[in-house]
Design a protein around this ligand. Structure first.
Ligand SMILES: Nc1ncnc2c1ncn2[C@@H]1O[C@H](COP(=O)(O)OP(=O)(O)O)[C@@H](O)[C@H]1O
Ligand SMILES: [Mg+2]
Length: 282
């Protein structure tokens, strides 16, 4: 039912934005592809933007992201952490511009006011290939994602939606890249708090996909929690706010799965120790 509703909302939003969509595709053809015809295949399903794979003949020639003003953010307690009014294209473009030279994101290629094109990579979302025959063990893979986030944070950027669906990986599980930065951080959400949020979100999806995974290796998160919390006491304070409480309490929201951490005594003890001053929530 929820899926049908979401699907319907998206169809409606795309219909309402069709005139602008046509203009964007003409601009893209003229400015990037020398007027050659392109075809689009819709990708993604979650975000406020419409995402398409662009084909030149049979070849994937890029990924187009179009801001759709008719696609309103869905209500979620997590929205308290996000700057949903900000232009998603400005943010995505700014992050890719800094992230690509650092080897963290696909290459940004073209933009207009409400759309952008980036390079297409022959990669898949990590979430979709965890059960592939050649998939490496889950936890080391996850630690590589955490390390990728660390590298992103070192460039002064945060992700704000760092789930396993937004980490792309090649078929040999060798190269990874980060995508989908459409949400910026809420105002007054300090940078250390943003970094902490990213690691919590990653940990959260880890629990979602492999809840019973060994805790060995969680020390990298431990370090990130610690440095996030130590770097700015307001980071800690942020997670004590009513908004954070609401996000953690609402059973259908992803971050609420963090509560499951406390249901596992080993993990709980581990994380309690690393939060030294007391856990974010028990
Ligand atoms: N640069 C890229 N190369 C290859 N595939 C991509 C790229 N960017 C996005 N995708 C594909 O498009 C999908 C949707 O993109 P994403 O930016 O995550 O949008 P959404 O907001 O819908 O989650 C991804 O799950 C991935 O399959
Ligand atoms: Mg995504």
């Amino acid at each position: 039912m929820l899926k049908t509703k979401r699907w319907w909302r998206r169809i409606r939003a795309e219909y309402l934005n069709r005139a602008r969509h046509r203009q964007i595709v003409s601009l893209l053809r003229a400015e990037v592809f020398g007027g050659a015809p392109v075809t689009l295949k819709r990708m993604g399903n979650g975000g406020a933007d419409s995402v398409y794979k662009v084909f030149l003949g049979k070849d994937a020639a890029g990924i187009l992201r179009v801001r759709n003003p008719y696609q309103k953010p869905r209500p979620s307690a997590l929205n308290a952490f996000l700057a949903l009014s900000q232009s998603s294209i400005d943010r995505e473009w700014a992050v890719y511009t800094k992230g690509y030279p650092a080897g963290l994101t696909p290459q940004p290629l073209w933009r207009c006011e409400d759309a952008m094109l980036c390079a297409h990579l022959p990669y898949r979302p990590l979430r979709d290939c965890l059960n592939a025959k050649n998939a490496p063990p889950f936890l080391p893979l996850l630690l590589r994602c955490a390390a990728l986030l660390d590298r992103l944070h070192k460039t002064g950027l945060s992700h704000m939606d760092a789930g396993l669906g937004n980490v792309l990986v090649d078929e040999n599980f060798e190269n990874m890249t980060l995508i989908d930065f459409e949400h910026g951080p809420a105002e007054n959400f300090s940078f250390p708090a943003q970094c902490l949020y990213d690691h919590l979100k990653l940990l959260n999806t880890a629990l979602q996909y492999r809840p019973a995974e060994t805790i060995e290796g969680f020390s990298l998160w431990a370090d990130n929690f610690r440095s996030g919390l130590a770097g700015d006491s307001s980071a800690r304070a942020y997670f004590d706010t009513p908004a954070a409480e609401a996000a953690l309490d609402e059973s259908k929201l992803p971050l609420s799965r963090l509560v499951n951490i406390w249901a596992n005594p080993e993990i709980a003890a581990h994380i309690r120790a690393l939060l030294a001053g007391g856990p974010v929530r028990q």
